[in-house]
Design a protein around this ligand. Structure first.
Ligand SMILES: Cc1cc2nc3c(=O)[nH]c(=O)nc-3n(C[C@H](O)[C@H](O)[C@H](O)COP(=O)(O)OP(=O)(O)OC[C@H]3O[C@@H](n4cnc5c(N)ncnc54)[C@H](O)[C@@H]3O)c2cc1C
Length: 337
């Protein structure tokens, strides 16, 4: 194992603040995983597995080992007349993998085009966008369990997928994901229900969309709506949409008739965090080197931060305002270190 010491994490995460890690390594193959875990245990240091760094924020130097996941490869495991199963290395780029599937005519992931990050991180928060979630295509996830020191395959049900969460988020630091197995469809049922997708297809006059049409529509919507992380550093949606019991939603609706929410079961509602943030006047607001993106209130952007703490403090101020005005606690989607 090649260990680098006292490394700046700046090139390895989207907010690009200059925190350091006292140890750093990269994982290219399976047998490195156990060595790394054993080394951390022997030195009583924590381990942080890094994907593309698009969904995390460092607020201080990391005292431990940061290991960047770079296990690559796309392997066909199974094929029938209607489906194909692929085992994909955790280090593969998510969007490249989605594009590869679309090129082959295999459907299921097209609504998730252009989401930044690695394949290995995709199950962690059950990435989702435009009416789709990755859980619907995941068959199993190959992990090293640092609690039991064993390799295991977690099947879809074992992963406990829900809105922006899974067993991997609920038990952070326990599992190292090395491969994800996806099942894709040769005659997919395309998901065109999302209003923004329908609108783009309508404007383009597309009545019977192909996989490519959906991917192109999603790409266009995302480019129009989200800041390009290469130009304006950000980690996508910073907060989750809060889920509340129906009674609480009805009380909020009485007080704030314009509130945006939708039922997710007979007893609960998902409230638009973007609406809450906008209602507190944060959309487009800048304080120092940090701001709330003008086109999308859920996205916190950097105007040249030096430390991740600047972003953290900004997010704290938003959370505090929302709590005061709505008596709701916003949860961060971004992992904080
Ligand atoms: C502009 C922008 C738009 C975005 N849009 C969306 C969106 O539409 N929908 C959505 O769901 N997300 C979105 N995101 C968030 C992000 O793209 C996803 O969460 C993505 O899956 C993160 O991948 P990553 O490789 O960058 O993970 P990282 O940021 O590197 O890591 C995130 C967390 O996962 C852990 N982790 C990463 N890889 C592994 C592994 N192999 N094993 C164990 N733990 C691991 C890390 O330790 C960390 O806790 C967006 C982000 C940006 C910047």
């Amino acid at each position: 194992m090649i260990l680098e010491q006292n490394i700046s994490l700046k090139p390895y995460h989207f907010f690009s603040s200059d925190e350091k890690s006292n140890f750093f390594t990269t994982i290219h193959q399976l047998d490195q995983v156990e060595n790394i875990v054993n080394w951390c245990k022997a030195n009583t240091l924590p381990l942080l597995i890094l994907g593309a760094g698009s969904n995390l924020l460092f607020t201080k130097n990391y005292i431990g080992l940061v290991a960047k996941m770079e296990i690559m490869g796309i392997k066909k495991i199974n094929e029938s007349s209607s489906t194909v199963s692929l085992e994909v290395g955790a280090g593969e780029n998510w969007h490249h993998f989605v594009s590869y599937c679309i090129q082959k005519g295999w459907g299921g992931l097209e609504n998730l085009s252009l989401i930044p990050g690695s394949v290995g991180a995709s199950p962690i928060q059950n990435i989702g966008a435009y009416g789709a979630e990755v859980q619907s295509c995941i068959e199993q996830v190959k992990v090293y369990d640092t609690l039991t020191n064993q390799w295991t395959n977690l099947f879809n049900d074992d992963c406990k997928f829900k809105y922006r969460t899974s067993i991997f988020k609920q038990q952070p630091d326990r599992f190292i994901i090395t491969h994800v197995q996806f099942k894709l469809h040769k005659q997919p049922l395309l998901k065109t229900d999302h209003g923004a997708i329908r609108e783009v297809l309508h404007v383009k006059g597309i009545k019977n969309p192909s996989l490519e049409n959906i991917a192109a529509a999603v790409t266009q919507i995302r480019i129009d709506k989200l800041p390009d992380p290469k130009i304006m550093a950000n980690a996508g949606s910073f907060f989750k949409n809060p889920i509340v019991p129906k009674e609480k939603y009805l009380l909020l609706e009485q007080k704030f008739p314009n509130i945006i929410a939708h039922p997710i079961s007979d007893t609960s509602y998902k409230i638009s965090a973007a609406w809450l943030i906008e209602a507190c006047g944060w959309k487009g607001l800048r304080k120092g080197n940090v701001g709330c993106y003008e086109k999308h209130a859920l996205v916190i952007v950097s105007y040249g931060i030096k430390t991740g703490m600047e972003v953290y403090d900004f997010s704290e101020a938003i959370i505090s305002d929302i709590q005061t005005k709505f008596n709701l606690i916003l949860e961060r989607e971004v992992a904080i270190y």
